[in-house]
Design a protein around this ligand. Sequence first.
Ligand SMILES: [Cu+2]
Length: 171
Amino acid sequence: MLNRAVIAALSVMMLVACAQMGGTAGQSAIAVKDAWARPVTVDMGDKPMSMGGNPESGHGMHGGVMKPMSAAYMLIENSGSAADRLIGATGDVAETFEVHLTREQNGMMVMEKLKDGVEVPARGTLVLKPASYHIMLIGVKRDLKVGDKFRLTLKFQSGKEVPVDVTVREP
Ligand SMILES: [Cu+2]
């Protein structure tokens, strides 16, 4: 037979359990896998610049000035029950970080800056990959050679900031 003390204790335990569930419901839970970025040479010397190929690689015009650029790719997993948005990144490897989408327009590959970022669905994965979503590194400050590592901090709409170690490799 249950006495009042036991019933009270059970009630408290159930309340705590509910509060804990409530605390995690409606939140994103972010984990990042397989982060990598394209190599880039910052000091071009007198070597000619290649203007062709994939717009995510190498050197390009940004704000009318030729700046060394790279792009970072990764899998962003959200095991939480609420969607979130990747809105940007910070780090010391470049001057500016932007969330971009590469897509085809009139037979040309063009990059679009996503001012509102990109959604990471609840219990889903956002894939950043070449010719699709990526984080553009604009004004890269040092050579990024294959095998180098650097740190980015991803920023999400929820306020979460997620540090990521990125390895430089060829696409
Ligand atoms: Cu880009």
